[in-house]
Ligand binder design. Structure first.
Ligand SMILES: *Cc1c(COP(=O)(O)O)cnc(C)c1O
Length: 385
């Protein structure tokens, strides 16, 4: 290709989905059985593994993390005239789940040391219409759990946890996914554990389980019928179809069995970046992702560049070296839908600045030592213009 542009086979991709050893055999078993719709044996096994990993009270597999967040809003009865507090720097799904009910998103800023919701701003944003606080553990780095729980307790508000990045992360006495009244996992193929597209709703208030089961089964009490608790199933409330296919659950169950290996491989890449880019970052005035107490999910690794311009410059310079790096979320509060469905207490400067300065490096299980070295070398070769 000339011009020093790396050929395709040389490219270090940004992310590659994990492939587990048993997933094909599991899928074959489902296809050979007469049960490929939801709630079969792989769904049961995968759900039990997620309960063990998160200590959540109850787990329901769903078609996606987004559907899980939708269910959370509906279960809490959030609707028109209500407000939900959430960080501006997050994936749009958390805001979709609020906007679709007719409620208003109240966007608050983030803590620049983690990218997570700023607890002080969340507290200030609570008003008479607030119905819930939605938090996201960026990169599996826990939010300030004690502060968020104390705000929630003080105002009697439920916390909704978007734990798409933090499956299996422990933080002191807590496990991510069991902090909020409801939590969402995503098993999209960019996540640490995946089944292509998929999700789970984690229910930590037993009073919500029955309604959640009905909502997930088209508004019927079919789950009770299948357990022999009622002799016919009927339409008992409104609902939708929020089940994961057993074919996807077969892949998910295989991946969950290997989460130890997945995390081991991801952490070894993460640790090399942290160790080998430290001096470079100091010299350049950049900052490396550095989770308080070292707690994270090795879901992503980011640098905070010294200026907005150097974000695009670094991404372009890495691309020339055949390394695919990426920025991340564009703040929701100033995005077209954010302006329509949300409001803020003021300008969210930290979200804007963080969004314009972070660069995420390639990170996936199975990255070779050589590929990690190529990324490190390409970053170290970067100088400010
Ligand atoms: C991936 C992701 C989602 C959405 O999950 P899907 O399964 O793709 O619907 C929501 N929130 C965060 C933080 C995510 O990373």
């Amino acid at each position: 290709m000339g011009d020093g542009v790396a050929v395709a086979s040389d490219i270090v991709p940004f992310s590659r989905p994990y492939r587990s050893e048993d997933e094909l055999a599991n899928v074959a078993r489902v296809l050979a059985s007469d049960h490929s719709h939801g709630d079969g044996p792989f769904t049961r096994r995968a759900s039990e593994k997620i309960v063990t990993l998160t200590t959540a009270g109850h787990v329901l597999l769903t078609p996606s993390g987004t559907h899980s967040l939708e269910m959370a809003s509906s279960l809490l009865g959030i609707g028109r005239g209500d407000e939900v507090i959430l960080p501006s720097f997050t994936f749009p799904s958390a805001a979709d789940a609020v906007a679709r009910t007719g409620a208003t998103c109240v966007f608050v800023d983030i803590d620049p040391s983690t990218g997570n919701i700023d607890a002080n701003q969340a507290s200030e944003a609570v008003g008479p219409r607030t119905r819930a606080i939605s938090v996201m553990h960026y990169g599996g780095v826990p939010v300030d759990i004690e502060s968020m729980l104390s705000i929630a307790r003080e105002h009697g508000l439920p916390i909704i946890e978007d734990n798409a990045h933090g499956l299996g992360v422990r933080a002191g006495a807590h496990t991510l996914g069991s902090v909020g009244v409801l939590a969402a996992q995503s098993f999209h193929d960019t996540k640490n554990v995946h089944c292509g597209e998929g999700g789970a709703l984690l229910i930590n208030d037993p009073a919500l389980v029955e309604r959640a089961e009905i909502m997930r089964e088209k508004g019927t009490n079919r789950s009770q019928y299948l357990r022999g608790q009622v002799d016919k199933y009927r339409w008992v409330d409104w609902g939708s179809s929020y089940l994961m296919s057993e074919i996807s659950a077969a892949v998910l169950d295989a991946q969950l069995s290997e989460i130890g290996e997945i995390q081991h491989q991801r952490v070894s890449v993460w640790d090399r970046y942290a160790l080998e880019l430290d001096e470079w970052a100091d010299a350049l005035g950049a900052r490396l992702m550095s989770p308080p107490l070292g707690i994270h999910a090795a879901h992503l690794f980011y640098l905070v560049m010294p200026t907005w311009a150097s974000q695009t410059d670094l991404i372009a310079s890495l691309r020339l070296a055949g390394v695919i790096a990426s920025f991340h979320y564009v703040p929701l509060d100033s995005s077209p839908a954010g302006l329509r469905y949300g409001r803020t207490l003021g300008s969210l400067d930290v979200s804007e600045d963080f969004s314009r300065r972070i660069v995420r490096l390639p990170l996936w299980p199975g990255m070779s030592e050589d590929q990690v070295s190529r990324v490190i070398d390409a970053v170290r070769a970067f100088q400010l213009l």
